[in-house]
Design a protein around this ligand. Structure first.
Ligand SMILES: Cc1cc2nc3c(=O)[nH]c(=O)nc-3n(C[C@H](O)[C@H](O)[C@H](O)COP(=O)(O)OP(=O)(O)OC[C@H]3O[C@@H](n4cnc5c(N)ncnc54)[C@H](O)[C@@H]3O)c2cc1C
Length: 427
């Protein structure tokens, strides 16, 4: 009997497993998960009900062939079909998908730390034999900061490196969030209290943009496509022309979604780098919109301050942190790294990834944001050869694809990875 081992049981790993079972895979399916929570991953294991999905319920089905699957589930629980449902509820939905196939899935609670052809080594000393291996490692905590500071600052209680670490900490009166994107919004929602000052800083100080109310709902006929052949500057010009034509940048962004990957893959590597360098943060700020009700809530918070400017230094002054940045200084009780999931795979803390790259079983894509794969999500080894039996999907495809971190794309990838395994993993 063949064995498929899936490392990571977040949405990506879970949905590969579920699709294998749905398609009557005859082999063993083993999910390896290092966190105590199975089948939810970082995004949907939050216990905080104020953390909402950033995609309306009608867009969050786990199954591409049943697009209303989550919508129906959410409506049955009293939500509108265009509601931004709490992420913990989506976690329950995923848990149900897991539980319904529990008898066909094996779960191993451990961290996978080393891989050889046919063997996976875990941190508890176990070894798992595999015929097919799926790397669904997901999002990594933010990259370490390199802002000058007093020695030991980054390891002190004044600094929180991992914004998703839910270890209880003593309450404080003032906080600086580094980053003004979705991770910072999560933290604001958790920390907002009438007496607590919250500062959020980024180079440009861009405030998160909101979905319209009601959220947009596009039909496939409204999809647009831009021509990437003339590079990123030309793309920007075409995008602006589309915004003038439609009169609505949100509509233009939404109608580009289905074509983002072909457009991205049509850019040369230097043009991709150019896009990321000059337009990356602006694109992310417009593309990743927050629910309109969260945006309303933030705008009513009088103690929330968005700041723009490059950070210069952290200094410990008595029991506080003095923060110097281009544009001023402030003192806070705690600093939290909210720069978002780490982008540079060379620097993330993953023994498994380091070992995979070291052995040449996988390789980074030119952007180093993700792993190199062929179009079937099979890993390319250090010689550029596609593996017959190692796959990846989700956030690990960043850079290879332009859109790959959210449910609407990952659910399609999970079906294709399962199909690759079912067809024997032959190239
Ligand atoms: C805070 C947050 C909110 C989000 N909200 C939305 C949203 O509303 N809508 C949307 O479409 N997308 C959202 N996303 C995007 C998100 O990336 C995807 O929806 C999806 O959750 C990604 O799932 P994943 O399984 O690839 O990654 P993850 O959820 O990160 O799961 C990866 C799993 O792999 C495990 N793992 C990693 N390495 C190992 C190892 N070596 N051994 C064993 N286990 C390992 C981890 O413990 C983790 O559980 C959000 C992301 C974040 C971070």
């Amino acid at each position: 009997m063949k064995t498929t081992v899936i490392v990571g049981s977040g949405f990506s790993g879970l949905m590969v497993a579920v699709n294998l079972v749905r398609q009557d895979y005859a082999g063993r399916v083993v999910l390896v998960e290092k966190r105590p929570v199975v089948a939810q991953g970082a995004a949907y294991s939050t216990a905080f009900p104020g953390h909402l999905l950033n995609v309306p319920a009608f867009g969050m089905s786990a199954y591409p062939d049943e697009p209303d699957h989550f919508k129906t589930w959410a409506v049955a629980r009293g939500f509108r079909e265009d509601a931004f449902v709490p992420r913990c509820l989506y976690g329950e939905y995923l848990k149900e998908q897991f539980t319904a196939r529990r008898d066909r899935l094996e779960v191993v609670s451990a961290e996978a730390v080393r891989v050889e052809t046919g063997q996976l080594y875990l941190d508890d000393g176990q070894t798992l034999a595999w015929d097919h291996l799926v790397l669904a490692l997901g999002n990594f905590p933010p990259q370490r900061l390199k802002i000058p500071c007093d020695s030991g600052f980054y390891d002190s209680s004044y600094f929180q490196q991992d914004p998703w670490d839910s270890t209880a900490r003593p309450p404080v009166q003032s906080v600086l969030l580094i980053g003004t994107g979705l991770t910072a919004v999560d933290k604001v929602l958790e920390l907002a209290e009438s007496t607590r000052e919250i500062y959020a800083i980024s180079r440009h100080g861009l405030r998160p943009k909101a979905h319209p109310n009601p959220p947009l709902r596009l039909s496939p006929e409204q999809a647009i496509r831009l021509d990437p052949s003339q590079g990123s500057l030309s793309l920007l010009r075409q995008f602006r022309a589309e915004v003038r034509r439609t009169g609505d940048w949100r509509f233009t962004i939404a109608s580009l979604r289905a074509a983002t990957n072909p457009i991205w893959q049509g850019l040369s590597e230097p043009e991709k780098m150019r896009f990321r360098r000059h337009l990356g943060s602006l694109w992310d700020n417009h593309r990743h919109q927050i629910p309109w009700e969260v945006s309303d809530h933030l705008s009513r918070l009088q103690n929330l301050h968005f700041l723009a400017g490059r950070l210069h230094q952290f200094q410990q002054v008595q029991n506080r942190v003095r923060v110097s940045y281009a544009g001023g200084q402030l003192e806070v009780d705690r600093v939290i790294n909210c720069t978002g999931p780490s982008g540079n795979l060379k620097q993330v803390d993953s023994p498994l990834l380091a070992d995979l790259l070291h052995r040449g079983l996988g390789s980074l894509n030119p952007s180093q944001l993700g792993l190199a794969t062929n179009s079937d999500f099979r890993l390319l080894d250090s010689d550029g050869q596609a593996s017959s039996n190692i796959f990846t999907l989700g956030p690990l495809l960043k850079g290879t694809l332009g859109e790959t971190i959210a449910v609407p794309e990952i659910r399609e990838q999970a079906v294709r990875v399962a199909a690759g395994i079912l067809c024997g993993g032959d190239r």
